[in-house]
Design a binder for this molecule. Structure first.
Ligand code: AMP
Length: 392
């Protein structure tokens, strides 16, 4: 079911309350990466150009219901004015008479930026009174915060009970891509799942088992599976408590005829450190005393083979410790192959997105999600409360 979007409304002369995900990294008050603000721009500009006034709200960090200045949205005000090119007024609070007066006096083409929604504990408790007070600030509600859509909070879900509610353009795009790959993937569909832990990715693997034609399992999580297959894994990462789950996944995949590609060779080290000496192991088994830090060239070639005719690719989680330059090649090579793949390519989940950005490949991928937790839950097949509330 599709979401209602801002394309369905005439916002002229309306006060539009827009929930964005401006949870940007800050160092000493300076924004170190404004990607999340940039990704909300199409929605903000679209509404401004069509004659709306905007009341913009977001959370920032975890102030835990307290008005801590280091989490103040005022640190984003000047940058928001710069990238939108319009007047931005900073609200002294999130709700209350003073904020309501500012919202009422706002002119078309102006933005009122609210304080951090998480200055109130009621936000994360999805408190109905708090939702109703937020709703007083606008005539319409627009949610463009895909990154917060997996949380039923007052500003993402509760508020939709008090105002006509629509998805912003980013939210619409995120949902459209995930729905496309999950509901009706063009085949062959390859899922590349990596990262540190089986525990955080097993629900995605299970959920995609019925949909994918093949899995690539890489990163630290691969070694729990490999140990179950009777391979030696040296000192590589392992989650013994997930051994049974890993075995059961491999058995289910096998009986469903779904291919699972695990690392065929490795780049190992003696210790987990940035300056450890990388050593190539041209064997599926990891030698005693060694720690697998990345996949090797044979594995990369096998991934390339799978991707050569893939029509749909979902990638979540790096193939190795890509943060360390000596162990980034497997992830870089896979990122390049995903970028070059002719099929629909979607990258979701914090660290694979970080890898794609680090390698400057985001423009070559069909969709790079802005939501770490939200994209993970989408791929797990869970209904996201912030999205459900916008369904037609
Ligand atoms: P996740 O958040 O679960 O996607 O995990 C991402 C993290 O997994 C990154 O910080 C990687 O450095 C880490 N990682 C990837 N491969 C390995 C590996 N072979 N051993 C240890 N950590 C790894």
């Amino acid at each position: 079911m599709a979401v209602r979007t801002i394309k369905d409304i005439d916002p002229e002369g309306k006060r539009v309350l827009v929930r964005v995900d401006f949870n940007v990294p800050l160092r000493e008050g300076i924004i170190t990466d404004d990607t999340r603000m940039q990704r909300a721009l199409p929605t903000l500009k679209n509404l401004l150009e069509r004659g709306a006034s905007l009341i913009v709200m977001s959370h920032l960090g975890r102030p835990g219901g307290e008005k801590k200045p280091e989490f103040s949205l005022s640190q984003l005000k000047d940058h928001l004015a710069k990238i939108t090119g319009v007047k931005v007024i900073m609200a002294p609070d999130v709700i209350g008479a003073e904020v309501e007066a500012l919202a009422n006096n706002l002119k078309a083409g102006e933005i009122l930026l609210l304080e951090n929604t998480r200055y109130y504990g009621e936000e994360t408790k999805n408190d109905p009174d708090f939702s109703a007070k937020l709703a007083k600030l606008g005539d319409l509600y627009v949610n463009d915060a895909f990154g917060a859509a997996h949380r039923a909070h007052a500003s993402t879900e509760g508020i939709t009970k008090y105002l006509p509610s629509y998805a912003g353009l980013l939210m619409e795009k995120e949902c459209a891509f995930f729905d496309k790959v999950l509901e009706n993937p063009e085949k062959p569909f390859i899922a590349i799942i990596g990262g540190a832990k089986v525990s955080s990715k097993i629900a995605v693997l299970e959920s995609l088992l019925e949909k994918a034609d093949a899995f690539v399992i890489g990163g630290g999580m691969a070694y729990t599976f490999m140990k179950e297959q009777g391979k030696t894994i040296g000192n590589s990462l392992v989650e013994e408590e997930f051994a049974v789950t890993a075995r059961s996944f491999l058995t289910k995949a096998e009986s469903a005829g779904v291919k699972v590609l695990l690392p065929l060779d490795h780049i190992v080290a003696d210790t987990f450190s940035e300056d450890a000496t990388p050593e190539a192991v041209d064997n599926v088994n990891v030698p005693d005393g060694k720690l697998a830090m990345d996949v090797g060239p044979k594995t990369v070639a096998a991934v390339g083979e799978l991707l050569s005719n893939a029509k749909t690719v979902v990638w979540n989680g790096p193939m190795g410790v890509f943060e360390f330059d000596s162990f980034a090649k497997g992830t870089l090579d896979v990122a390049n192959m995903v970028a070059d793949c002719a099929g629909t390519t979607v990258v979701g989940g914090g660290d694979s997105v970080a890898a794609v950005n680090k390698f400057n490949l985001a423009d070559k991928i069909d969709h790079v999600s802005t939501g770490g937790g939200a994209s993970l839950e989408y791929l797990e097949g869970k209904a996201l409360p912030g999205v459900v509330a916008l369904k037609e």
